[in-house]
Design a protein. Structure first.
Length: 359
């Protein structure tokens, strides 16, 4: 087993738990009468995710390719639950993204990321000759359009991530490049349509340009204040002021700003270096996988994690409009951490069949 991956994931999850407690303890005490309320919930899902990671990591990843009915069930099941969410889920934070079952909330778009990676990797490995023609490339791309489109109606940022995963996985397996110009233009056109048909998305772009002029720009401004007040080495763990009700979503989307406030720019950079090393290990595994199936699986995981880190940090630094993308392994979110760790299990499964390791 690639123990560097295991160490990195355990470290990131552990660091995330510490920061979730630091950022949510005030809110937990105020609203839940329990400073560790969000910590306990995240720790439970992280424990489930750890078991899933080790279990999937011990499996032969070819198991998924040999169970055609299972992949079909996962593909159509994902579309079904996304449609169910779109129709029946309650509106939260301006969109329908969660299914609530008692005290548990499930976000189907997180399952969609794993579905796209698995289904597309298996389909391409079985039909790689199709990618020698433009028709075959477009046919493969269209396979993922239903999932990308349904997710995009309520969650444009996740839809962009799914689109990037799809396009790059097909591009890696193909020897052509011209068809991807058409796919890219179609993707941009689709995003423009989704932007102009939802007024709150255009409002986010306006807030991005001038956050100080909008009430909803408070989150961006307070996040930047947090980073600036932290300086080079921070105020110290647990000493954030912005988490005391000034900065919304401190334990979710904006957690990186509190990392920088409490641990400074140095702490934020060290965290990003940990992500960089994790991505390097994934890149190495994808390059040296024993077959195309394994390489494509890990390529999809690489793109998923890389884009989420880039999007989250860019939003916190106001380099792009607010997207609602969480920081992998660090931000609060039970569904997210479970599926992320399951993806890490897939990467470990592929790494186990590599005949040599670059230490």
């Amino acid at each position: 087993m690639d123990y560097s991956i295991v160490f990195l994931v355990v470290f990131l999850v552990g660091f995330g738990l510490v920061m979730i407690y630091s950022t949510s303890s005030y809110k937990g005490s105020l609203y839940m009468d329990d400073a560790a309320y969000w910590l306990k919930r995240q720790a439970l899902f992280a424990g489930i995710g750890l078991v899933a990671m080790l279990f999937v990591g011990k499996m032969d990843y070819h198991f998924w390719k040999s169970r055609r009915w299972m992949i079909n069930l996962y593909y159509w099941g994902t579309i079904g639950i996304l449609l169910f969410t779109l129709v029946f889920a309650a509106v939260s934070h301006g969109s329908k993204r969660w299914i609530s079952i008692g005290p548990i909330r499930f976000q189907p778009s997180e399952a969609a990321k794993v579905s796209v990676i698995l289904v597309l990797a298996i389909y391409i490995s079985r039909n790689v000759r199709q990618l020698r023609s433009t028709k075959g490339i477009l046919k493969t791309f269209m396979l993922m359009v239903p999932i990308i489109g349904i997710v995009g109606i309520e969650n444009l940022s996740t839809s962009i991530i799914l689109l990037a995963i799809t396009v790059i996985m097909i591009f890696v397996a193909s020897d052509k490049w011209k068809p991807f110009i058409a796919i890219g233009l179609a993707g941009i056109a689709g995003m423009v349509v989704l932007l102009v048909t939802q007024s709150y998305r255009m409002e986010r772009i306006m807030i991005w340009f001038h956050p100080e002029q909008y009430e909803k720009g408070l989150q961006t401004m307070q996040g930047l204040y947090a980073i600036g007040s932290g300086g080079l080495f921070g105020k110290g763990l647990g000493q954030s002021m912005q988490k005391m009700g000034f900065l919304p979503e401190t334990h979710n989307d904006m957690i990186f700003s509190i990392v920088c406030e409490e641990l400074g720019i140095a702490g934020g950079v060290m965290l990003l270096l940990m992500f960089a090393y994790l991505l390097y290990r994934l890149f190495f595994i994808a390059q040296n996988a024993s077959d195309l199936l394994g390489s494509l699986m890990v390529t999809g995981i690489f793109i998923h994690i890389a884009l989420q880190v880039i999007f989250n940090v860019a939003v916190v630094l106001n380099l792009m409009p607010n997207t609602g993308v969480t920081l992998p392994f660090i931000s609060y979110g039970g569904t997210s951490i479970m599926f992320l760790m399951a993806e890490m299990g897939l990467a470990l499964s592929v790494a186990r069949q590599i005949k040599f390791q670059d230490m």
